[in-house]
Design a protein around this ligand. Sequence first.
Ligand code: ZN
Length: 321
Amino acid sequence: MDGSPGPVPVAISHGVITAYHDPGFAAPLGDHVMPMRKFQLVADALAGRAGIRVEAPSPVATADLLRVHSSAYVEAVRSGEPRALAESQKFPWSPALWPSVLLTNGAAVAAAARALDDGVAAALASGFHHSHADHGEGFCTFNGLVVAAEALRAAGRVDRVAVLDLDLHYGNGTASLCATRPWLASCSIYGNDYWQNTPYRDVETVRHADGPNHVSLALPNGSGRAILLAALERGTARLLAIARPDLVLYQAGADPYREDPYSPLDLDHDDLRERDRFVFAWARREGLPLAWVLAGGYTPDVSKVVDVHVGTFDAAQSVYR
Ligand SMILES: [Zn+2]
């Protein structure tokens, strides 16, 4: 907008960061590569921490899902039929799946709305960036990032939304959903090669060609902090070059961590905290409200995955003081 006053520092109400969590996030899916219990472990690690308030979200409304996903796919996830479609994200379908995905997507919507009020907020659930309009992929049922963006647009609270995706994996579902949404922008900064990544073979389109509103930056194998931060400089500049967003949704993946079985990157806990600090400092400096979500993390010692996600809170609290 011409004549706008430019970025203003984002204020935080009461100096408290709200994080949305519900024990119902973790559908009972049995033994699975996706450690669903990490959501609860992160909530437990944050309980009682000064400056963090954990709140339960409302389940997302079906109407919110239908702005992003086809009715056939939404109905399949609800009913379990047809089964191949209901399990396209590669979770075994059970009646417990539907209420859990309503809560995880509800958390993304709640965090995004809260970020507009407080400057920053979090959902202790994944952003589910492999989910497409008419099917799921890569453990991602509904794309909470785009569901949240659409819900706030429908409420008249934002015009433009940007997604900054720092999961190890390329955000192919978000990129495909960007193609029909010129008001949405996405930047995926991802590892170029995934080690031994059998589950990822389930993802249909590993990588799209970049488009006018969805861009990507691949990190070479062995990348450490300096290469990641240089990519973040470029990626955040490219997001702002597309258009200034009213809200940033940040997908803070734990799977770039060096001990993650899929990660070819050389990033330890301190490096990932620096990554997060960079993102929060950028958003604050630019006056952009930011909501973040958790994402992949498959290190067998789940406490290390939890440490990455808790480190994101350390970074946020060091920036939004
Ligand atoms: Zn991932």
